[in-house]
Ligand binder design. Structure first.
Ligand code: FPP
Length: 265
């Protein structure tokens, strides 16, 4: 694949990695657990919030890179339900960064034809952040390119609880509930499941992220801390993804028989 010259320098590692990608086998949905901001700051004798600030540049680069590559959905885990337990000053800084990001970057998001959705318990957020989210979603609503999901006050278990509550409130017939029904009640309704889940900073955990949706996702973990995560790492993750064989619980031969049968009609 070729990426525009303003994104990848001639002869660079990024250019080499992009050229090796098969555009027909890109992940449709990439989900990212952005981790390691605190450690990045600690390693530089800086306060934790400096790591979050530096992480915004990685957010920018990952969003733009994914959109340019033609990824359909990118989901970023920006603030978990559990993150409210952090010191007040850190939570306030994160909320401030989100507000600032949504205000400052919406023009760039519009130029990149990106739609925005925020997933999670939005009622938990300060009114000023909610207002910024509503404005940004509205501002980008005419776009029809990549969907950016930002997970805020998000928890995978809470998402399932909310889905159950809504199903019960609507009086759905229990016998009619199947996996597609549950899908339709999740915050991510309408999105394909993540094909690729990336986690930075080397931790081998799911941390309550998209528990239902990642049933068959390929997981790629890098030791790189989130503020150091750049386009090159995204390209490395997708390269590794394209090198894997996805079997969805079958065997490689049963998958190729299924594809052959599908091709025969
Ligand atoms: C995890 O690092 C990171 C977060 C809890 C916040 C992620 C937020 C950003 C990158 C900035 C704002 C986001 C957007 C979408 C504009 P950590 O603090 O848990 O790191 P540690 O494990 O090293 O302590």
């Amino acid at each position: 694949m070729n990426l525009p010259p303003e994104m990848v320098a001639r002869g660079s590692e990024e250019e080499r990695l992009a050229a090796g990608l098969d555009p027909a086998r890109l992940p449709r949905h990439v989900a990212v657990i952005m981790d390691g901001n605190g450690r990045w700051a600690k390693g530089r004798f800086l306060p934790r919030v400096a790591g979050h600030r530096a992480g915004v540049q990685s957010v920018r680069e990952t969003i733009e890179g994914s959109a340019r590559l033609g990824i359909e959905v990118l989901t970023l885990y920006a603030f978990s339900k559990e993150n409210w337990k952090r010191p007040r000053a850190e939570v306030d800084t994160l909320m401030g960064l989100l507000r600032e990001y949504l205000r400052r970057e919406r023009q760039a998001l519009r130029d990149n034809n990106i739609r925005l959705k925020v997933i999670g318990r939005l009622d938990d957020l300060p009114a000023s952040v909610r207002a910024e989210v509503t404005e940004a979603v509205e501002y980008l609503s005419e776009n029809d390119g990549m969907q950016l999901n930002i997970a805020l006050s998000y928890g995978g278990r809470a998402e399932l609880v909310d889905a159950c509550r809504r199903m019960l409130a609507e009086g759905i017939d229990p016998a009619s509930v199947d996996e597609d029904t549950v899908d339709r009640y999740l915050y991510t309704a309408g999105c394909p499941d993540p094909d690729l889940l990336i986690r930075t900073s080397g931790e081998m955990r799911i941390s309550n992220f998209l528990l239902w949706q990642i049933a068959y996702s390929e997981i790629w973990i890098t030791d790189t801390l989130w503020p150091d995560f750049k386009l090159r790492h995204l390209l490395e993750a997708i390269t590794a993804y394209q090198g894997r064989e996805r079997r969805f619980g079958g065997t490689s031969s049963s998958r190729s028989e299924q594809s052959a049968a599908a091709a025969r009609g």
